[in-house]
Design a protein around this ligand. Structure first.
Ligand code: MG
Ligand code: MG
Length: 234
């Protein structure tokens, strides 16, 4: 899991460095696949449930599961990249959102606050605690700042499969839900919207967008539950 996490962390950096005005989301996908394979790893998403690419690239009002295409990234766009890699049979899964060029304070705050909500969730993941502790930490931080917290898509256990039990929602009650035990590995992934939490799926049957067309951001890390808190693997 640690090695898969290292691959994902490195590839995220390469993708981040590649994002600039004029690049297509397919260019980003090619870079990601090349780097993952160069490191002897395998893209986790490609072929999973029929997904055709290595990364999900979701722009602006797109929340998750955008399919890389000829679409050009432009100044002012919010670009959400989700990437997973498998090493020796174990997966790691991570996502981030960046602004292309300088954007409005509101857009930048959406990005920064989504990242912070993930940090709050990670800080609340402890052996002996509950999944609800993580969910509530994310929800409380996000809703206090007026964001819509996506409920229809959630984090998850991860290991030999990309998606395992337990589900890790971004809303919930402290002290509720499955027990977190030492050695468990989970992906926490808040998706926050500038508008309401409702989502819809586009005609490609993959791309999830905000129902009200407002902007969305997504951050995700794979973590291990240890005796002294969470170890971030990605
Ligand atoms: Mg992911
Ligand atoms: Mg995930």
């Amino acid at each position: 899991m640690r090695r898969a996490g290292e691959v994902v962390r490195f590839v995220k950096g390469v993708i981040r460095d590649t994002i600039e005005p004029g690049v297509t989301t397919r260019d980003l996908d090619r870079v990601a696949e090349r780097e993952i394979r160069k490191l002897g790893a395998v893209p986790s998403f490609k072929g999973l449930y029929g997904f055709p690419a290595t990364i999900c690239a979701s722009l602006n009002e797109e929340i998750v599961h955008g399919i890389p295409s000829k679409r050009i990234v432009r100044r002012g766009d919010l670009v959400s990249i989700d990437v997973g890699a498998k090493v020796d049979g174990f997966h790691a899964d991570s996502a981030f959102t960046v602004a292309v060029g300088v954007v409005s304070r509101r857009k930048q705050a959406l990005i920064d606050d989504t990242a912070e909500s993930l940090r709050r969730g990670i800080a609340s993941a402890k052996a002996g605690g509950r999944v609800g502790d993580v969910s509530a930490a994310v929800q409380e931080y996000a809703e206090a700042r007026g964001y819509g917290v996506v409920r229809q898509y959630v984090g998850h256990g991860i290991g030999r499969a990309l998606h395992e039990d337990p589900p890790v929602p971004n809303h919930g009650e402290p002290g509720e839900g499955p027990l977190l035990r030492e050695g468990m590995t989970i992906a926490i992934e808040p998706m926050l919207n500038l508008g309401a939490c409702e989502t819809k799926v586009l005609g490609d049957d993959w791309t999830v967008v905000t129902a009200d067309g407002k902007l969305s951001a997504h951050f995700e890390d794979t973590i291990a539950i240890t005796h002294n808190g969470a170890e971030v693997l990605t």
